[in-house]
Design a protein around this ligand. Sequence first.
Ligand SMILES: C[S@@+](CC[C@H](N)C(=O)[O-])C[C@H]1O[C@@H](n2cnc3c(N)ncnc32)[C@H](O)[C@@H]1O
Length: 204
Amino acid sequence: MSVESTYNRYAAFYDFIYGSVLQDGRKKLARLISKEPGRHLLEIGVGSGLMLPLYPDHLSITGVDISNQMLAKARKRAGLLRNKTITLHHVDGENGGFPDESFDHVVLPYVYSVTPDPDHLIAESFRVCKSGGNIWILNHFSGFGTVWDYVGLIVKSFPDSVGFRSDFSYEDYVVSKGWQVEEIHKANVLGLSRIIKVRKPLAA
Ligand SMILES: C[S@@+](CC[C@H](N)C(=O)[O-])C[C@H]1O[C@@H](n2cnc3c(N)ncnc32)[C@H](O)[C@@H]1O
């Protein structure tokens, strides 16, 4: 089953399962973004739109998702947020079709370990982010001595069936990339998630 159909199935009960349990991370991420300059933000994997109410009102927000059922929930939520500028698209964030250097912030909340090809998603995030802009990753990672170091051994790690990869190593998916990581913050109960701020270098 594809990631798209998995999340189409999840849509009806996603907020109930993953709403409050992951909300601490969303709130912290929005607070960190609010301290940074730049008006144009892209959220890839906007899901049911749980981040949308948390972003500061001055931002121009573009949200994309591969699942139209999740996006339908986000549209409903966005419709209630009259103070905010929000545009939503049903597209694959690995191939969003936005021009180069379009956004000051590219935000990936709980999607890096979900998307079919994480490296492709990151390459696309760098492409559409302005030089000097930020790529924000909020995700669980194994390698921090948390429960994620063991879950991957027990649960088979398939984003298609479970909805995410459980064995998602910080070493492989962050450290080895050689990015300009500016900040790392713990989030969620027992520090199960990390917020990582990566700076896209200024053009030479
Ligand atoms: C775990 S949910 C996270 C949703 C939301 N960001 C949140 O904080 O609750 C992952 C979402 O990413 C979407 N997704 C996965 N891969 C994607 C891709 N390549 N492009 C766009 N959306 C994607 C899924 O459809 C799903 O809605």
